[in-house]
Ligand binder design. Structure first.
Ligand SMILES: [Zn+2]
Ligand SMILES: [Zn+2]
Length: 336
């Protein structure tokens, strides 16, 4: 067998086509992975709508996990049968200031899974062996896939805020990122506060581990402050207005970590930042260590991804539901 089924992005605004394409051959430092699960993310919608400068044809999918079936001649640390996932960042230039500082996420020529190189929405994909991460034994492929983007993003955002023991972590937005944020904060032992616009999400937030739920569709910061305020806010919503309001719920030295792409600018008056010494921090996926730790917490059963799972032949339906905002948390396609 030399061909595989793949979802292919061919032109902006058009649905992905399902095609038989050549199974890629791993280079000397690559592995060939038989994909077992691949998550669909909001970023896939941006790619498909043409908001990202990608060159079609492209196989999307930047939350891929599967089994190594073939290794390049120079690969020594991975072997067939290994369960691995591939994060967003693959190769980087290796020559710029940021690569040399050990912060390759800031390299301007990063190759990104499912964006600049083919991703996981296919039966097989190749990836550099040294970028693959081994999966812990006690994690299913379906649970592992969304950790490679959504889980990594949220957990990285939590870590970059450097929460101290006893601090209060609020999670703004209870969706694909936020439901993980609540669980990660709780798993690390912090007092965790969920912020939601509607009362009907409160029971779920408590089930996920929130110690307190702030229900506010407006004046979010003021309401949060009435509940005691937060030292860290994980802003996972896509509402710029909600983020702007929430800043006012930060206690002195509080940090808001922005990790959701917002629909409008974040607005804050200078005097609302300076007196209380509040910080506004942008974050996406930071250290590889964060991905490792996030996977461990899922494998230990402390964090569970809430997801819809579809077989690969229903990938259009899975994608459409993400595009239409009908997926409440995460969506994953699986392969036999
Ligand atoms: Zn993503
Ligand atoms: Zn570089």
């Amino acid at each position: 067998m030399t061909t595989m089924k793949a979802a292919v992005f061919e032109k902006a605004q058009l649905p992905w086509t399902i095609r038989d394409v050549e199974i890629p051959e791993p280079g000397s430092t690559d592995v060939l992975i038989k994909i077992r699960a691949s998550g669909i993310c909001g970023t896939d919608v941006h790619i498909t709508r043409g908001h990202f400068p990608v060159s079609p044809p492209l196989i999307p999918g930047h939350e891929p996990v599967g089994e190594v079936v073939k290794t390049g001649s120079a690969v020594t640390h991975l072997r067939p049968g290994d369960r691995v996932g591939v994060p967003w960042h693959q190769r980087n230039c290796g020559r710029c200031e940021w690569c040399h500082r050990g912060k390759p996420q800031f390299c301007s020529s990063v190759q990104a899974t499912g964006v600049t190189v083919n991703g996981g929405d296919a039966e097989y994909m190749v990836a550099p062996a040294d970028r693959c991460m081994l999966l812990p034994d006690n994690i299913t492929y379906e649970q592992a896939a969304p950790i490679f983007c959504a889980g990594f993003t949220v957990y990285s955002g939590l870590k970059i805020a450097h929460p101290a023991p006893g601090e209060r972590i609020a999670v703004l937005g209870i969706g694909g990122l936020g439901h993980l944020g609540i669980q990660f904060a709780k798993a690390l032992g912090f007092t965790t506060i969920a912020i939601t616009g509607t009362e009907d999400k409160a029971p779920l937030a408590r089930e996920l581990g929130a110690d307190d739920v702030v229900v506010a569709a407006d004046d979010i910061g003021k309401t949060l402050m009435e509940h005691g305020g937060a030292d860290v806010i994980l802003a996972t919503t896509n509402s710029g207005r909600h983020m702007s309001q929430a800043i006012l719920g930060l206690r002195p030295d509080g940090r808001m970590v922005v990790m959701g792409v917002a629909d409008s600018p974040i607005e804050v008056a200078a005097h609302d930042l300076l007196g209380m010494r509040r910080h506004l921090i942008g974050s996406s996926q930071n250290n590889r260590e964060d991905l490792f730790e996030a996977l461990q917490l899922v494998a230990q059963g402390k964090v569970k991804v809430m997801e819809e799972v579809y077989p690969f032949d229903r990938i259009h339906e899975a994608y459409r539901r993400v595009e239409e905002g009908k997926v409440r948390f995460r969506s994953v396609v699986t392969f036999e």
